[in-house]
Write a protein that binds this ligand. Structure first.
Ligand SMILES: C[S@@+](CC[C@H](N)C(=O)[O-])C[C@H]1O[C@@H](n2cnc3c(N)ncnc32)[C@H](O)[C@@H]1O
Length: 265
């Protein structure tokens, strides 16, 4: 409201900004907003973060150059052009926060995320705004939407635990958060490069019985039976037969469970 120039934001966005960006108030950070339009948000960010913050605008419309007179750094070009984004990073250096409020097409959002995430400082974040466009016409192929891309990233992050050996792509985002109309990628390379491994303390072990399958009696019974018949495992083909028997016996109980959970999907 204090900004001397026009900006339009949804009312639900301010709580998200406060949660995400408050820790950076008064800090010497590099903040990049993609999408400048009437310039109003640049002034909002300057007031919010304080005079130490370097506020940078990225815009396709060359008229945005006028904001340089107000002390903002402005880059003119397209957020879907990787060479342009690389050029920004070469000039600006690594970035604390990127806020993508540009054209909102899936292609623009995905290319910007892919190109700029590697240039976010540790402890920093890349925030994509207006992600509701993933459910709207006119922003690209819906089966290649930004939210689908982000959910695929969620799968890649969680899959790391199972495989223990993260590949380079999986290392890049440490955490992903979803808010209404926002997706946030947190960067912490040290934490992401730690290989996940079971970690135990030296506390006294009371050998607590593990009840993890206790509410699935079919599974429990199968487990006990297969343990009892473990000698048969040596017989050729027996493992495959056991797998088939397990799948068949647990089918009704699995179907019942699937039906129970259906309403949550
Ligand atoms: C939603 S407005 C930005 C509003 C501004 N952040 C505010 O809060 O007042 C989107 C802006 O993104 C710009 N834009 C659209 N496509 C772009 C692209 N490919 N690269 C950079 N900017 C783009 C538009 O020209 C427009 O000014």
């Amino acid at each position: 409201m204090n900004s001397p120039y026009k900006s339009s934001k949804h009312s639900t966005y301010f709580d998200v900004y406060d949660k995400l960006f408050s820790p950076y108030i008064g800090k010497d950070i590099t903040f990049v907003e993609i999408g400048v339009l009437g310039g109003g948000s640049l002034f909002m960010w300057r007031e919010f973060f304080g005079p130490q913050a370097r506020i940078i605008g990225v815009e396709l419309n060359p008229d945005a150059k006028r904001w340089e007179q107000e002390g903002f750094e402005i880059f003119i070009g397209s957020q879907s052009d990787p060479d342009f984004l690389e050029k920004i990073v070469r000039e600006v250096g690594d970035i604390d926060i990127v806020l993508d409020d540009g054209g909102h097409t899936y292609e623009q959002q995905i290319i910007t995320t892919e190109c700029l995430l590697p240039h976010i400082k540790d402890g920093g974040m890349l925030v994509v705004e207006d992600t509701h466009t993933s459910y709207m016409e006119g922003f690209g192929l819906r089966n290649r939407s930004f939210i689908k891309y982000a959910m695929n990233m969620v799968d890649r992050i969680n899959h790391r635990f199972a495989r223990l050996t993260p590949n380079a792509a999986e290392k890049r985002a440490w955490g992903i958060s979803f808010f209404e109309s926002f997706v946030v990628f947190d960067v912490n390379r040290k934490a992401t490069s730690v290989v996940s491994a079971p970690t135990e303390n030296n506390g006294e072990d009371l050998h607590a019985k593990d009840f993890r399958h206790a509410d699935n009696q079919t599974y429990e019974t199968l487990l006990k039976t297969s343990k009892g018949l473990s000698a048969l495992k040596a017989v050729p083909g027996m493992r495959a037969v056991a797998k088939l028997v397990r799948a068949t016996v647990s089918l009704p109980s699995n179907m019942k469970r699937a039906r129970k959970l259906k309403e949550y999907f």
